[in-house]
Ligand binder design. Structure first.
Ligand code: PDD
Length: 301
């Protein structure tokens, strides 16, 4: 009988072979030692909010916008902030330094904390705060060069999408459905109108050159990138309409794109198998991506 040898391969996170430094409740620890309680309400109830901030050249993009939205998310859920926003910025900078992060993302999550399981909010729990980094090439993106394909699917999320909670199962299922259909992402549709992408804000450019994107309400996340891109588009004299639009309007549009902190501006070239415009990345999306990147690098902190 021959002996079998079992070789234990180290886990490859696909980002960095070295262990990252993760921030958990005041401590910077190797990722293998970063843990939270099984009683954490983020784990048990998705009672948690998050932010994703991009990093270019070792600097934070639009940090103040993300901090403001975090404060708003916390307020809307009557959740305590784990620290001041100035302290949070320092922690972000420390995470960049400790992880040698030049380009990529910083993920931040705040939960209501750990307490015995109870639907009612517990009294006097300390919020849990976790940050980790993901190294990623954001500026040279093959996805942005080629554009993405989307499918339209029903928006089955809850009614407070303006709060950036970690209830991400519906978007996750949507992304899987898109992949199964040979597409890259899904645009969510409610009452006949597109709300947003699974993890981004959605836009079309009409044949007369007007950008159309859904108006802010509780139906969508108030994207930090959205705010910057609309301001830059207005400065570039591009007409903007903030209103709901239909999938038929997407099919009839000259171009389409999406925005998020992790992808900036990215063209969308197909919806439900139907090419949008020429079926290639459009000039407005490409121009806005360039303008946004220039501005982001200039204003990075
Ligand atoms: N997603 N809409 C949804 C549902 C989102 O999840 C996001 C961001 C956006 C864009 O917001 P911003 O421009 O502030 O990133 C819109 C992040 C990137 C994520 O979940 O990874």
């Amino acid at each position: 009988m021959t002996m079998k040898t079992y070789i234990h391969q180290p886990v490859n996170y696909g980002v960095k072979s070295m262990s990252r430094t993760v921030y958990v409740n005041g401590n910077y620890v190797p990722e293998e030692q970063a843990t939270v309680s099984v009683f954490d309400r983020g784990f048990l109830f998705a009672d948690a909010v998050y932010e994703v901030t991009s990093v270019l050249g070792g600097k934070l993009i639009a940090f103040d916008g993300h901090a403001k939205r975090l404060e708003r998310s916390l307020r809307e859920l009557q959740m305590d902030a784990p620290c001041t926003m100035d302290e949070l910025k320092e922690i972000h900078h420390e995470m960049v330094a400790r992880n040698d992060l030049v380009e990529g993302l910083i993920y931040l999550q705040v939960t209501r904390g750990a307490a015995d399981r109870d639907f009612a909010f517990p009294k006097d729990t300390k919020p849990t705060i976790v940050l980790f980094t993901q190294a990623k090439n954001l500026t040279n993106s093959p996805t942005a060069d080629a554009g993405i394909k989307v499918i339209s699917i029903p928006d089955i999320r809850w009614g407070r999408r303006d709060i950036k909670t970690v209830q991400l199962l519906a978007p996750s299922l949507g992304k899987m459905e898109a992949k199964a259909a040979g597409a890259d992402d899904a645009w969510l549709v409610e009452d006949g109108f597109v709300t947003e992408g699974t993890s981004n804000n959605a836009y079309i450019v009409t044949k007369n050159g007007t950008i159309v994107t859904r108006n802010l309400s509780t139906d969508i996340l108030h994207g930090i990138t959205r705010a910057a891109v609309l301001r830059l588009a207005a400065e570039a004299q591009i007409k903007i309409e903030e209103r709901p639009f239909t999938v038929d309007e997407v099919k009839d549009a000259a171009e389409a794109f999406f925005t998020s902190a992790s992808a900036f501006v990215c063209p969308v070239i197909e919806i439900d198998g139907c090419p949008i415009g020429t079926g290639t990345p459009g000039p407005v999306a490409n121009r806005l991506r360039d303008i946004y990147l220039q501005e982001a690098l200039k204003t990075a902190t």
